[in-house]
Design a binder for this molecule. Sequence first.
Ligand SMILES: *Cc1c(COP(=O)(O)O)cnc(C)c1O
Length: 465
Amino acid sequence: MQYLSTRGGIQPIPFTKAVMMGLAEDGGLLLPRTIPRIDSQTLNSWKDLSYAELAFEVMSRFIDDIPISDLKALINRSYATFDNVEVAPLIHCGNLHILELFHGPTLAFKDIALQFLGNLFEYLLDKSGEVLNILGATSGDTGSAAIYGVRGKERIRIFILHPHKRVSPVQEKQMTSIMDGNVFNIAIHGSFDDGQAIVKKIFNDIEFKNRMSLGAINSINWARVLAQVVYYVYSCLHIAKHEKDGSLAFSVPTGNFGDIFAGYIAKRMLPEGSIRQLILATNANDILTRFVNKGDYSLGEVVQTSSPSMDIQAASNFERYLFYLLDKEPEQVKELMAEFSRTGRIDLSGHLDQIRRDFTAAAVSEQEVAATIADFYNEFDYILDPHTAVGVRAAILHQRAGVPMVCLATAHPAKFGEAVEKAIGRPPTFPESLAGILDRESRCELMQADSLKIQDFLEQHALSR
Ligand SMILES: *Cc1c(COP(=O)(O)O)cnc(C)c1O
């Protein structure tokens, strides 16, 4: 399989090159040249596979430059760290199915992609003899999942900036209590946006970036999207065992559009009608809901909610969908993205029919999130985290008769204990892996939000070739 840029400015490259490139060199995002199709017979033949076996079947359709046995070993290693043998178990609550994606080491769905990506980086660097220094900014979840993905790996160092005292105590400890020598946490005096701006500035210094072998780990990496396609297929196979009609709907709590874009890829891979509906659920940061309902993609102010991992306006994976919406015309993508960075707005209302065939959307308020957590707890004795509750609320609003609905559960409620306690009057139970976490020893640098100081720190601590 060859990979192309949404902006058309690079020669086709194989999967492993696309993984190491991350963002395409022309500023676009990488996509496979074609989306492979899975017919019903093939799909049916997968119904008894384990999660890791299925992951191999799905991913190998997109990867042809890693030997089969190596790819299998990589995948097996990535999902062996999950605390549930099914990896992504489905829980049935009334007429909704909750797909629990939080059984990885940091208790959020990002582990599903980042455990795999960490192992993949390590494998590719061992082959090439190169090193990688990962630099990223986090508002909480991505940082810890990325750190757990690469901790202890010899050819990798990771530097994660987080806003000092503005991540939850559990999130902070999840990052700073990791004692592996290749992990560097930097708390900055400032906001998440300040951290993000520093990272962008450093990546724009191409000489520095190349000299330091800097790489990113954010959700624009194609390997992350690919790893997420798997659980959509997994759900289809498992629901098909209980329901006569194999088709189903998904509700996806959305921030950067990575998770739901994986669902879109799955929908196009699977036999027609397997995925009937993709519900894009946002919190008060509703740019994507406005896009689906009106064709209006325009930036608003970021507001803080109880689902902070979705407090995002410009969604970094949106350009991938735009590429398909515009019939794979890179010139048009380029033009519209340039317009968006100039004006903060693009009008896609001319494509509304297609957009609404692809997605249904809903924005969910803070009151609705709290009420949904409370209702679910009272009715099913099941505790939703606030992100998952956004998706569940949207699913209840838009569920169609006779189509089973899968709600993606993207985080364990204990990660967002405060919001949960407010809704149900008691804190969620801490899972074993978090027991005593707040008392663990930790290690972190506290620094000014100054890109030159961060660059100095990288000079001192990064791996060199
Ligand atoms: C990252 C995240 C999301 C949003 O996923 P996207 O791929 O950015 O749309 C939702 N819930 C949780 C808990 C997350 O960490």
